[in-house]
Design a protein around this ligand. Structure first.
Ligand code: FAD
Ligand code: NAP
Length: 336
């Protein structure tokens, strides 16, 4: 077990923020996790690709950088394939692997940064699909006692950008592999999201396959979202708030163009990006950090920003949205 003491984490988070951890350990196999538990090191944090964290300051204790690899087909029938994936695999590489084998279910989730092990944490979603739609189960190790556990879909309590791993089991379970049930046959691609159908139409694709949908998603994402290699960010900083239809109707009287999407009976989802833009924050810069000029949901680090600067800006945006619309928006990113 190699511990890198007083480790700089700048290269390990897509915001590109500088912070130090008491120690950094690379985890290549499940045995490494057991060794960490038996050694009694604590406190422990689990790190994947660092694309959904904000490092507010230095991290107390030890950061376990997950690099457990491997993709294997563990079962198969006429319609489906069950695939077990090492939690340290890069999510987009796994999506490309599935597309290369013409397996359906992941194509709308192409180009999401990060690792497979982090996908169930916030039940990653994009373009009308969430990972739970093809999730089968996951294997995890309890960091308090080293017990190995298997979680089925119901036990994960997936919600909108949410799961049990953001609540009771936060920082407690090290996910070592995730299994997905992908489609070989009898599968219909999901093109319900407006932007996808527009791209397909513009290319005269009338009967899209999974590769067409993945290509459309990749094209849209490349054209709209800031690349963390060029400008530090962690994707959507805030979740879209879900409010009652009654509250929405009152807001619509004051703001006739406020958009919404259905979110179950009596509830609607309001795009947080719209609220932030209307609060006057789209494209603003405060010191070394700011709100992205094309996408108000994304906070950015212009290069020399600190975690404290990003956090102060986030607090200011949340307070202003509350003040103007009476809606409490919450961070989607994990604040360390
Ligand atoms: P990290 O940031 O390393 O960790 C995130 C959280 O998961 C932390 O709390 C960490 O402790 C925990 N964690 C990580 N690995 C494990 C593990 N093996 N076991 C237990 N806990 C673990 N998200 C979406 O949902 N949809 C999108 O479309 C989307 N687009 C994005 C676009 C950009 C440009 C960026 C920068 C981010 C985007 N995100 C999106 C957010 C991010 O990609 C996802 O949340 C992703 O799943 C994070 O993976 P990660 O490996 O980087 O996790
Ligand atoms: P967009 O297409 O400009 O849409 C803005 C918001 O409206 C999105 O957040 C989306 O909610 C909602 N929306 C739009 N069309 C919808 C529909 N037909 N049904 C339900 N909700 C709809 O968004 P964008 O920023 O370019 O992102 C595109 C997709 O990638 C979204 O699904 C978004 O969640 C995902 N994404 C996520 C992150 C992240 O870090 N979490 C970063 C980038 C992109 P939803 O977010 O609920 O889909």
């Amino acid at each position: 077990m190699h511990i890198q003491p007083n480790a700089e984490l700048k290269a390990y988070n897509t915001f590109g923020l500088s912070a130090r951890a008491g120690g950094l350990l690379k985890i290549l196999h499940t045995g490494d996790v057991h060794e960490v538990v038996s050694s009694g090191l604590h406190p422990l944090r689990i790190l994947g690709g660092g694309s959904n964290i904000l490092l507010k300051g230095d991290v107390e204790g030890y950061v376990l950088k997950n690099e457990i690899k491997g993709i294997s087909i563990v079962d198969e029938n006429d319609n489906n394939v069950l695939v077990e994936v090492g939690a340290g695999e890069v999510w987009h590489q796994f999506v490309l692997w599935a597309i290369s084998k013409n397996l359906g279910g992941l194509e709308n989730l192409a180009l999401i940064p990060g690792t497979v092990g982090a996908a169930p944490i916030q039940n990653i979603g994009a373009y009308g699909v969430e990972q739970e739609s093809v999730f089968h189960s996951l294997k995890a190790i309890d960091l308090t006692d080293g017990n190995e556990m298997i979680f089925g879909k119901d036990q994960c309590r997936f919600g909108y950008r949410d799961s049990i791993f953001k609540h009771e089991l936060k920082n407690r379970c090290f996910i070592v592999s995730v299994s997905y049930l992908l489609y070989k046959k009898n599968y219909t691609v999901n093109t319900s999201y407006g932007a996808i159908s527009e791209v397909l139409k513009s290319k005269d694709v009338h009967n899209p396959g999974i590769d067409h949908v993945a290509d459309a998603v990749i094209e849209i994402r490349r054209s709209k979202l800031p690349d963390p290699e060029l400008i530090g960010n962690a994707g959507s900083f805030f979740k879209n708030p879900v409010i009652s239809v009654a509250q929405y109707k009152l807001l619509k009287e004051l703001h006739p163009d406020i958009p919404c999407y259905s979110a179950g009976e009596g509830l609607v989802k309001v795009p947080a990006g719209w609220l932030i833009e209307r609060a006057g924050y789209k494209g603003i810069q405060k010191g070394n950090v700011g709100v992205h000029k094309n996408q108000a949901l994304v906070l950015v680090n212009y290069g020399q920003g600190t975690g404290q600067e990003v956090w102060q800006l986030a607090l200011e945006v949340m307070a202003e949205v509350q003040n103007r619309f009476g809606i409490q928006i919450e961070p989607e990113v994990n604040v360390w």
